[in-house]
Write a protein that binds this ligand. Structure first.
Ligand code: PLP
Ligand code: COI
Length: 359
């Protein structure tokens, strides 16, 4: 891997303006001063690694990604601990998933050390952008085919970039939980498709269903499997968990059509460590409605880097209308959220070595 060439921003945002921007950053709208770039081509492999002022990219109108969407991304957070130190949560897991996405999309893999080093370089130079308290720095590594060519084939050139955004909560207005819309028409992924890859195209095709959800006053879409239209897969940008009345935890299995969430994996591990009964098994949408009504299901939540753990309070759809539990955040959901965020923020022990010190 080439050394990173550090080219600091000549006129970074002034400290008082930055402080104002960090007051209530929301999600994905406040960006830091710098970005990381690494280039790839067939001749040189990965080269020209650099940290530079964040700014517009200049790309040719024939740039491959603009036509055939050969693009993948990741999302993870850096946290400022109470003692001021800064940590990343499981960046190696994101690096590994990034490379699995790259393989699926016929793109070159980036060595794990380069992926993590890119994150650390950006955190170091933009450390003042990490909010205090509940907020965090959301890191967005991504890669796209950058060859200028209109034939349909894997690009011969790629750019890997990392940008960072100071964030608070993903959902607006600090709501206690979300209402989800069951998409009975649009699906997200089919067997053999790209559902398990974190590629931009999956999100592009989900937007019409997300628009439908918003149109019905809901926050997120629940996608069902493409073959039978019966099994719950995941939300547009989050995995789902169900808490049953016997205290067990259920989540859909990784069958290749859902994203293998790192939050999902962490929660499964935490719950198993605690001796909870955890089942990765298919759960049908009709069963969810029946169980919510009978009381067999107590709680449901969405989880992901952006959403952390967010209670699902109600479910709507053309054939569905039900409330989860008493319509408020569940006790187990809040407990699991507390346990996970305590590890992420360094206030609880980290038995699995998930937290990586950066500063
Ligand atoms: N599912 C989808 C479709 C996502 O976009 C995300 C977010 O990255 C997740 C699940 C949760 O993954 P993670 O916990 O790794 O953030
Ligand atoms: C994430 O949680 O990192 C995602 O990519 C999901 C998206 C809804 C922001």
């Amino acid at each position: 891997m080439p050394e990173f060439d550090i080219r600091p921003h000549a006129t970074p945002i002034a400290a008082d303006l930055r402080a104002a921007m960090l007051q209530d950053p929301g999600f994905g709208r406040v960006f830091t001063d710098h970005m990381v770039l690494i280039e790839w081509n067939e001749e040189k492999g990965w080269h020209d690694a650099r940290v530079e002022a964040r700014g517009p990219l200049s790309i040719d109108p024939a740039c491959a990604v603009l036509h055939y969407a050969q693009e993948i991304f990741e999302g993870l957070k850096a946290y400022r601990k109470e003692d001021g130190r800064v940590v990343l949560f499981r960046p190696e897991a994101n690096a590994a998933r990034f490379n699995r996405s790259a393989e699926r999309m016929a793109m070159p893999e980036l060595p794990e050390e380069a992926f993590v080093e890119a994150l650390e370089q950006l955190i170091r130079i933009d450390r003042d952008w990490i909010p205090e308290g509940e907020g965090s720095l959301y890191l967005r590594p991504f890669m796209f085919g950058s060859e200028n060519f209109l034939g349909v084939k894997p690009s011969a050139e790629y750019k890997f970039i990392v940008i960072a955004s100071s964030v608070g909560g993903y959902f607006k207005g600090g709501k206690p939980g979300i209402t989800v819309w069951v998409s009975d028409h649009y699906t997200r992924a089919a067997p053999g498709g790209t559902g398990a890859a974190k590629c931009g195209g999956n999100y592009a095709s989900s937007l019409i269903a997300q628009k439908e959800a918003i149109g019905h006053g809901c926050d997120q879409v629940v996608f069902l499997d493409a073959a039978e239209g019966r099994w719950i897969e995941e939300l547009g940008g989050m995995n789902t968990f169900f808490v049953m009345d016997d205290g067990s935890l259920v989540t859909p299995p990784l069958t290749g059509t859902i994203l293998p969430g790192i939050t999902r994996d962490s929660l499964l591990t935490l719950a198993r460590d605690e001796g909870m009964t955890v089942r990765e098994e298919p759960y049908a949408i009709d069963q969810w409605q029946a169980d919510a009504r009978s009381g067999r299901l107590r709680e449901a939540f969405a989880c992901g880097t952006a959403a952390v753990i967010t209670p699902i309070l109600a479910v709507r759809g053309h054939a569905y209308d039900f409330t989860i539990g008493n319509g408020g955040p569940g006790i187990e959901t809040q407990r699991l959220r507390g346990a996970l965020t305590a590890i992420q923020r360094g206030t609880a022990a980290d038995p699995h070595g998930w937290v990586r010190p950066v500063l």
